[in-house]
Design a protein around this ligand. Structure first.
Ligand code: GDD
Ligand code: MG
Length: 353
């Protein structure tokens, strides 16, 4: 059977103060009152039954996830006592899925991105399911054509088309977040795709890989599946590492009974992980400000104005290309072009609190 794991973790500090205290940005109802998590669910709904959709998130947010996704059975909302990066957010659910369905094929999808058009995405995901079902040794990735030598992505070195599936490619090497020089070289060569961060594989195949690459993690997953009540004891001990570094990079070098394949993802794909990236997705006023909530702007343009309060108005004048975000707990003002700095600012605020 087909299963989907939606990842909803991460600290979300770049969208402070809208998100706070480790709350993942995927849960914020940012765009047209809809959360990125809800959008991620609607992208996959119907491809698999709701009972085969699992969400992995922080334990503190399990109730919010249940409210945003009432269709999903409560036992499929997996709450981590602490974030231990994406390897564990993938491996623990893989253990649960394989326990329920030994031949189960799982797609790992993220909720950090706005993806259009949805139909093309669904077709690519179904292609991934078909490939991993036909080939139990395949770790399927989805490749995006790079538009710049960005160092924030994993890179897939594209080999030839698969014999069994000419619309998918062998991956010669998976390189997670290369240095600027290497990213430039990859970009210029035209031989690389960005890794979209989504995967499809048999749950049992991932677990077999883990047994070889991270035996301790595999052992801990087995412990959690055998006795879920040990989560608070076992989970914090798990090694904090990403699935890209722990599994995908070494697996791409061969020798673990698996191979990495990539399906092209020819879609628009936006990471909304900063205010600058979020701005184009909000409603525009007549002056070209991106506005959410009650805000009044005079002689101001190109600003992101977010008022999360119902008891106050946000008013600006003479302002260009700034983000102004106000909530019950804080007000942030930053040039949109420097919105990556918010992460450092949050650390500074915490240090002084
Ligand atoms: N539940 C849970 N718990 N989810 C997590 C955790 C965690 O501790 N850590 C990360 N995730 C989820 C994030 O929510 C996100 O959906 C996904 O795992 C990837 O984590 P990121 O931290 O966003 O990784 P990244 O953006 O730096 O890199 C990944 O994504 C890129 C594409 O956006 C890699 O897969 C790159 O290779 C890829 O290019
Ligand atoms: Mg990310």
């Amino acid at each position: 059977m087909q299963h989907v794991l939606i990842l909803a973790g991460g600290s979300g500090t770049r969208l402070w103060p809208l998100s706070h205290q480790g709350e993942p940005k995927q849960l914020l109802e940012l765009i047209d009152g809809m959360s990125l998590l809800r959008m991620a669910y609607e992208r996959v709904a119907g491809l698999v039954p709701d009972s085969n959709i699992v969400v992995c998130t922080g334990a503190a947010y399990a109730d919010t996830v249940a409210r945003l996704l009432p269709e999903i059975p409560g036992e499929n909302i997996l709450g981590e006592p602490v974030g231990r990066d994406s390897l564990n957010a993938v491996a623990w659910p893989a253990g649960i899925i394989a326990d329920r369905d030994p031949d189960g094929v799982m797609a790992v999808v993220t909720a950090d991105h706005i993806i259009r058009p949805v139909d093309d995405f669904r077709a690519a995901l179904q292609h991934g399911f078909d490939l991993a079902t036909a080939d139990p040794g395949a770790l399927v990735t989805f490749g995006v054509v790079p538009t710049e030598p960005n160092t924030g992505f994993g890179y897939l070195h594209r080999g030839g088309p698969l014999e069994s599936d000419p619309h998918a490619h062998e991956v010669l090497e998976f390189v997670e977040k290369p240095s600027p020089e290497v990213a430039r070289q990859y970009f210029d060569s035209g031989e690389y795709w960005w890794n979209s961060g989504m995967f499809v594989w048999r749950a049992s195949t991932l677990l077999d890989c883990l047994a070889q690459l991270k035996p301790e993690t595999r052992h801990q997953v087995d412990q959690l599946v055998a006795d879920p009540s040990r989560i608070d004891e076992v989970y914090p001990l798990m090694e904090k590492v990403s699935v890209d570094i722990a599994v995908m990079e070494p697996a791409s070098h061969g020798g673990y009974g698996v191979h990495v394949a990539a399906i092209p993802l020819e879609i628009q794909w936006y990471d909304v992980g900063s205010y600058e990236a979020l701005a184009p997705h909000l409603l525009d006023d007549d002056e070209g400000n991106h506005v959410k909530g009650l805000a009044v702007a005079l002689d101001s343009s190109g600003n992101l104005l977010i008022n999360d309060r119902s008891d106050a108005v946000l008013a600006v004048t003479g302002l260009r290309n700034m983000a102004v975000v106000t909530t019950d707990r804080a007000t942030l003002v930053v040039p949109l072009s420097q919105s990556q700095q918010v992460k450092a600012l949050v650390a500074e605020v915490a240090a002084r609190a």
